[in-house]
Design a protein around this ligand. Structure first.
Ligand SMILES: Nc1ncnc2c1ncn2[C@@H]1O[C@H](COP(=O)(O)OP(=O)(O)OP(=O)(O)O)[C@@H](O)[C@H]1O
Length: 596
């Protein structure tokens, strides 16, 4: 539970069925469908309620002289059966389709929101948990919208209609069969509440176990390298067992609930049969009347039993809805302004860091950046250097507005990033991240990710510039080779070159290189370096590098230490100053040992 995401902790304790109301915005567009389904439902419920009357007429006409009458009743009953079948089919189609439609919409809405969440969100919530909510929780909602809700409604109608018709048939018999209902309802509510809280606990545990599992599976190789498989298994087993135990408690409670309901209902029926047969003997009612009443009783009893079953389902879905709505309404810490300024075109690529103070949300007491003032001219190449943890990558995050500074601002061509729409200004930024992300697709599509509209020829040109063309051609299917999930079929250097090609293809006025060439061998580094140099000539470039050889040619080198800028200048002037940079340079250039 150590890594239990905060969102889980923040969840309010089990809410009522009313949580399902939150589904309304998703249902609203399909009003016609809902009305159609509702009509079909009322239609079938009405026919179901009429059928017992037909049954009475048939029974009471068994001994009648007029056989024609009897066969007429049979024909009517057949027609009703046909209508019932048709109505049920229509209802099933409309309701189930509605369920599928809505779940598809919810999945899209949740994913659509999650993909745009800032990194601060993913520091608190594990991706596996989000996935579990998109899959498991939406499946619960599917079962409700696609069946339970209509079962519930049908049974409510049958229950109400049945009770009214029973009262019309015989008040005395009705009282006798109906008394157990309040007695049944009471334990149902008590136990129902327990089922609800257990099912929420169960869902939370499932989400937690998926969260943990996806993290472990994504790092399977590291887990194996450190021979942690047994610990991983034990941890997963424990959460899974916990979730099984809570499911078992829930099932047991529901089993008990079901037993109680069935017993109560059938006891009432037996008692009623006893009385009813006396009434037939004394002529107070006919056999047909008894049969009709009997059928109503079974229908009403069945409705109560079905409702108790469905109640649990509804509660489970209410929990699921609550969790999904939470994802849909959670406020991101970084938000686009309500009325964003338009990015002034053409973007020249100037960047200004103005008295920037920043600490990561999860470590609010430790400043990652402390009073940064830096003005980068359009077209300038600036290298950020300094010891590990000095705040260089954080600067790259700030340029993309992954986080907001606590004090100060970041401006692009003089425009505060907070005044712009993130998806708009990011169009003018190309990034080669520290850990290149490769998707489970072909090499070609991975490069095209930089600019989806690029032609094949442009993709290949970018690959050539990033010194990736040769190795790509050597792959079994060339550019069409599938590179595996997260690019597992590629080497670290190859992944970096694809990431660089992607950035080249993007052709943006601002280029961010975060340790972009750290995994390259000397030869490819040389090739890539000249491509990067070429690229840097025409755009603003921010390079983070440990190897000072790669940044020697930068227009300006900015030295970071503990979140502050401690020096800046060209390579030669910094070496002449004799500070931290000179020490790092001496280590790297004299001894030929990398500072890493
Ligand atoms: N998401 C995060 N949440 C909390 N703290 C963070 C986060 N990312 C980085 N930090 C901290 O912020 C500081 C600056 O980190 P940053 O990644 O910017 O360093 P860096 O100079 O790029 O280091 P390196 O050269 O090792 O990549 C470090 O102390 C780091 O521990």
């Amino acid at each position: 539970m150590a890594r239990s995401p905060k969102v889980v902790e923040e969840r309010a304790p089990g809410k009522r069925i009313s949580a399902l109301k939150a589904l309304w915005p998703f249902l609203q567009p399909y009003k016609l469908n809902i009305i159609g389904a509702g009509l079909a439902l009322i239609f079938t419920a009405t026919i179901s309620l009429i059928l017992p009357i037909a049954a009475r007429l048939i029974v009471d006409n068994f001994s009648a002289d007029n056989g024609e009458m009897l066969s007429q009743h049979f024909t009517t009953m057949l027609i009703f059966a046909g209508l019932l079948a048709l109505g049920t089919a229509v209802r099933y189609f409309l309701v189930t389709r509605l369920g599928e439609r809505i779940v598809a919409d919810i999945r899209k809405a949740v994913f659509g929101r999650m993909i745009g969440m800032s990194p601060a969100f993913y520091e608190r919530v594990m991706t596996g948990e989000v996935l579990s909510r998109i899959t498991t929780d939406t499946t619960l909602i599917l079962s409700v919208v696609g069946s339970s809700a209509s079962i519930a409604l049908r049974n409510v109608l049958i229950f109400l209609g049945g009770v009214v018709l029973m009262l019309l048939t015989s008040v005395k018999m009705s009282v006798m069969v109906l008394w157990p209902i309040p007695v049944v309802l009471f334990p149902m509510m008590i136990l129902g509440r327990r089922v609800r809280s257990l099912s929420k606990e169960n869902q939370d545990l499932i989400a937690e176990s998926s969260g943990g599992a996806s993290e472990q599976l994504l790092s399977a190789q590291t887990v194996q390298a450190f021979t942690h498989e047994d610990r991983s298994r034990a941890k997963f087993d424990e959460v899974t067992e916990q979730s099984y135990r809570s499911a078992r408690r829930r099932i047991l409670t529901r089993a008990f609930l079901t037993a109680l309901v069935i017993f109560m209902v059938f006891s009432a029926i037996v008692m009623f049969l006893n009385m009813g047969s006396q009434d037939v003997r004394t002529g107070e009612t006919t056999e047909g009347g008894l049969v009709q009443f009997m059928i109503y009783t079974i229908m009403v009893g069945g409705a109560v039993a079905a409702l108790s079953e469905v109640w649990g389902e509804l509660q489970r879905a209410a929990g699921a809805t609550e969790r999904l709505v939470e994802l849909l309404t959670i406020q991101d810490t970084v938000q686009d302004p309500d009325e964003p300024e338009a990015v002034v075109a053409p973007v020249k690529g100037g960047l200004t860091f103005d008295n920037l103070h920043f600490s990561y949300p999860s470590r609010s007491d430790i400043p990652a950046l402390h009073g940064i003032n830096l003005d980068i001219k359009p077209g300038e190449t600036v290298a950020l250097v300094g010891p590990s943890g000095a705040g260089k990558s954080t600067m790259i995050h700030m340029v993309q507005r992954f986080y907001d500074p606590q004090v100060g601002s970041v401006r692009m061509d003089g425009q505060d990033l907070r005044e712009l729409e993130r998806s708009e200004f990011r169009k003018h930024i190309a990034l080669v991240p520290q850990d290149p992300v490769i998707f489970a697709d072909t090499a070609r599509e991975n490069i095209r990710f930089g600019r989806p509209a690029a032609t094949d020829a442009e993709v290949e040109e970018a690959a050539k510039a990033a010194a990736a063309h040769d190795f790509l051609m050597a792959l079994p299917d060339g550019y069409e080779s599938y590179v595996g999930e997260r690019g597992v079929m590629l080497s670290g250097g190859q992944k970096q070159r694809i990431a660089i090609a992607r950035a080249i293809l993007r052709d943006a006025p601002i280029l961010l290189l975060d340790e972009a060439t750290s995994a390259l061998d000397a030869e490819s580094e040389h090739a890539v370096q000249s491509a990067v140099d070429e690229l840097a000539k025409t755009r603003t470039t921010l390079i983070v590098a440990h190897r000072l050889a790669t940044v020697k040619k930068a227009d300006r080198i900015v030295v970071f230490e503990e979140g502050r800028i401690v020096a800046q200048g060209t390579h030669d002037s910094l070496v002449a100053q004799g500070g931290l940079y000179a020490r790092l340079a001496k280590l790297q250039f004299t001894d030929g040992v990398a500072a890493e």
